[in-house]
Design a binder for this molecule. Structure first.
Ligand code: NA7
Length: 536
């Protein structure tokens, strides 16, 4: 037990007021639990609170990327576009907080600094940077998966005198690049969404690319009344299909083996998906794309040919073609006019594979063969994904077990939900759960519902402490790695593999077994009186 005076006593402390934290609060509070949510942001929304860069949108369709737990909520809320913008998603998050009156149990601008488990009392002491000391039975990390922004390791980064922006920490008042010479470092999803819009304002835009990514047309548009009412009139069935699907998005087609159809037919399927901006079909029309390199090459070649057909300068087109990873093994992007932006006279691509970046200077950026002058630099350089925000907190479990030590060779969890030696502590969409390989809303609701059932069961049965066994955890990790390693994912230097953070252990972080099968596993664990856990 901490020596500091306890400032409040809770049943559940939740870290994070994103969609996971909000839903968990709503469910538990309605069942009579005493819950306190903390977030370092000034408001709700998690990733959608922070990522306000131009063009920020969800790449899952709005009608799917929304809560399903309340039929009234899903009927009353009106999404306006195929892919919702960040402002619209943030409005939705605020609407939810208001509608269910979540505000009284959320404390903002407050970061959790430590969580210490008291073996004798079977309770956690959680402290914050604002002096709170909370005594709680359960401790839930709903911290998000892409919530610890990462700056690149480039010498001189602090020296630049002009404004520096990170896509993931974008100023709330927005940025006007009119008349400015702007650099963007990075070509992941955030860059691919923002570059066409920054190019519309900037006098000059220079993109520094280390690794090109695959991207397909978003085909974003206003939603039509007819399609909205079709989904809304059938929402229960639609949601159910999402729940049992591979990635939390209901397919309306059946993937086939790539080589079960002729090469003409392959091209026809892919072209049709591209022309109709049907992202799911672009990537998942063929069932073996992520396990068979030859099948993957068919789709990757198709994308590369599309890039060549859009980008007029053949040298730039070639530089934009990804060759270093199989398609889909880094998060594929959807974009609006990304490749065409490189046809504009004031937009330039610098290929860092040919001329590496050496230094950031007070006035710009140097590569091995050129010095550039800029008025502003945008870092679209990603996150310490899936584990970064968990390991920022000093977490000590049973017998003083230190989570950072326990995870030094990579995260180890049971079901991506619990960790041996850390009783009554849980991760929502944690490593080794489908998480970032799925529609996060579906995976969040699944974890929250599962945890809610667990807490109710414990309360009903008078059980106060639960912990994953080492054996169950080892078996789960073994299974999770087997599934991941049977795929092409490990071939990419991606944040899925922890490869974007120097020194981070290289392991495949999410669980690839699919949202539907994973849900069944979790449900079976619960039905067998929480197999793989022990209660005290
Ligand atoms: P990503 O996808 O991690 O992209 C980060 C980009 O920044 C990527 O192109 C990196 O190149 C690049 N990067 C990182 N460090 C450097 C240095 N030192 N020099 C040059 N370029 C660098 O992050 P995003 O924010 O775009 O997207 C994250 C997820 O959010 C996305 O997948 C969606 O799920 C939503 P690299 O590939 O490492 O060579």
């Amino acid at each position: 037990m901490s020596t500091k005076a306890v400032t409040s006593t809770q049943d559940v402390v939740v870290v994070g007021a994103g969609f996971a934290g909000m839903y968990l609060l709503h469910r538990l509070r309605s069942l009579g639990f005493q819950v306190q949510v903390f977030d370092k942001a000034s408001g709700v929304g998690g990733t959608w609170y922070w990522n306000r860069y131009p063009g920020a949108r969800c790449d899952v369709r709005s009608l799917d990327y929304s809560y399903s737990f309340d039929p009234e909520l899903e009927q009353e809320w009106e999404w306006t576009e195929k892919y919702a913008t960040q402002p619209e998603i943030l409005r939705y998050a605020n609407h939810v907080a208001e509608r269910y009156n979540l505000w009284p149990n959320m404390k903002f601008e407050t970061a959790i600094t430590s969580a210490i488990f008291d073996d004798a009392r079977g309770r956690w002491t959680v402290t914050t940077d604002k002096g709170d000391v909370i005594d709680t039975q359960h401790f839930v990390l709903a911290v998000g998966t892409l919530s610890t922004p990462k700056l690149p390791e480039i010498p001189g980064i602090e020296s630049f005198k002009g404004p520096k922006y990170q896509t993931s920490l974008w100023p709330h008042e927005g940025v006007d690049f009119t008349g400015k010479r702007v650099a963007v470092i990075g070509t992941g999803s955030s860059a691919i969404q923002s570059i066409p819009l920054i190019a519309k304002q900037a006098k000059q835009l220079t993109v520094f690319q280390r690794t090109p990514n695959f991207s397909g047309p978003a085909g974003n548009r206003k939603l039509e009344t007819k399609e909205v009412s079709e989904v809304k009139s059938n929402y229960r069935e639609h949601r159910q299909r999402a729940k049992v699907s591979a990635n939390g998005i209901p397919f309306d087609f059946t993937p086939v083996p790539t080589f079960s159809v002729s090469s003409d037919e392959q091209q026809k399927i892919l072209n049709n998906a591209w022309d109709t901006a049907d992202f799911m079909r672009m990537i998942a029309s063929f069932e073996d794309v992520l396990i068979d390199k030859k099948a993957n090459d068919v789709v990757a070649d198709f994308f590369r040919n599309k890039i060549r057909s859009i980008v007029q300068d053949p040298e730039i087109a070639e530089a934009l073609c990804p060759y270093d990873h199989p398609i889909g093994t880094k998060r594929p992007c959807v974009d609006t006019d990304y490749y065409a932006t490189y046809n504009l006279d004031h937009v330039r691509l610098v290929n860092l594979r040919k001329t590496p970046l050496t230094e950031i200077t007070p006035t710009g950026i140097k590569t091995t063969d050129e010095s550039f002058e800029f008025d502003a630099i945008v870092f679209a350089t990603g996150f310490d994904a899936m584990t970064g925000s968990i390991l920022k907190i000093d977490i000590r479990g049973r017998n003083g077990a230190n989570l950072a030590d326990q995870w030094k060779d990579g995260p180890t969890t049971y079901l991506g939900l619990a960790i041996a030696n850390f009783p009554n502590m849980y991760t929502i969409t944690g490593p080794q759960s489908p998480s970032v390989l799925s529609n996060m809303m579906v995976s969040i609701e699944q974890h929250v519902d599962w945890l809610t059932d667990l807490f109710v069961t414990m309360r009903d049965k008078g059980r106060s402490v639960i912990e994953a066994t080492q054996q169950a955890q080892d078996e789960w990790i073994h299974h999770s790695s087997d599934v991941g390693n049977a795929s092409l994912y490990p071939l990419a230097n991606s944040w899925y593999m922890g490869a974007n953070v120097p020194g981070k252990p290289r392991v495949f972080l999410p669980y690839l077994g699919g949202v539907g099968p994973y849900r069944e596993i979790c449900d079976n664990v619960a039905a067998e009186d929480y197999r793989g856990f022990v209660f005290a």
